[in-house]
Design a protein around this ligand. Structure first.
Ligand code: CA
Length: 244
């Protein structure tokens, strides 16, 4: 019974948490506590670098301070919500009703007022992660794409080969999603550039090829399959090919 309760208390299972907080002592304290609980924690000390790390798509949950240098927490949250439904818990020093309402309106999953007991924060984190995991299941397979051994869960921003999660950046994920949605159809570089990078993209024209190479390395080469096909002079298509 005691052992069961210890399990039920829910230690982290390597879930990755991003801490965006400029108070170094507090941030370090949270990082150590999270590591002790079995989470993998990383820190950002200002809004801009926090947003950049969130864009990598590598995290399961974000702890976001509101008063931050560079970009404030509310702005960081607004931008995160343009590309990700990742759970965000706001850390706020200002215990006013307005802040709470604004926080939840702007897409935060929860908020906690500083100073807080670490147990309280850990409980909020467990709840947010549980909600995230069960909302994916409630989706009833909606947004779930499959190709051979590969699955992509769009609402949860996750992709897996068999049961092995793929570590994809947002760009790689978006590209893979478009290719899987159009499995068997050849997509030109222009179409991919437009749909993944946007109409106004003015960067390198070979970005598509570069990111196709990243995906090939993470999927085809890592798992010994041939799903991503080059159609010479035209573009790319995803389909199940001969095992490599
Ligand atoms: Ca702060």
């Amino acid at each position: 019974m005691v052992a069961y309760l210890a399990v039920a208390a829910g230690v982290g299972m390597g879930e990755k948490i991003l801490i965006v907080e400029d108070e170094e002592k507090l941030s370090r304290f949270i990082e150590l506590e999270l590591a002790y609980e079995g989470y993998e924690a990383q820190k950002a000390g200002d809004g801009r670098s926090g947003l950049a790390m969130a864009e990598s798509g590598d995290f399961d949950l974000i702890l976001l301070d509101i008063m931050l240098p560079e970009l404030n927490g509310m702005e960081v949250l607004r931008r995160i919500r343009r590309f990700s439904p990742i759970p965000v818990i706001l850390l706020t020093a200002r215990d006013t009703v307005m802040d709470k309402v604004n926080g939840l309106d702007s897409g935060a999953d929860d908020y906690i007022t500083k100073p807080f007991a670490i147990e309280e924060l850990l409980a909020r984190i467990r709840t947010a992660l549980r909600k995230k995991n069960s909302s994916g299941a409630q989706g009833g397979g909606q947004g779930l794409l499959r190709l051979g051994r590969l699955t992509l869960d769009a609402p949860r921003y996750s992709a897996a080969m068999d049961q092995t999660p793929l570590e994809l950046t947002k760009r790689e994920f978006d590209l893979l999603k478009i290719l899987m949605e159009n499995a068997g159809i050849v997509l030109t570089r222009d179409v991919l550039l437009e749909r993944v990078w946007g109409y106004n993209y003015v960067g390198e024209t070979n970005s598509v090829d570069v990111y196709i190479r990243f995906l090939r390395s993470k999927i085809d080469e890592t798992f010994g399959v041939k799903y991503i096909h080059t159609v010479r002079g035209v573009g790319y298509a995803m389909r199940i090919g001969d095992e490599a």
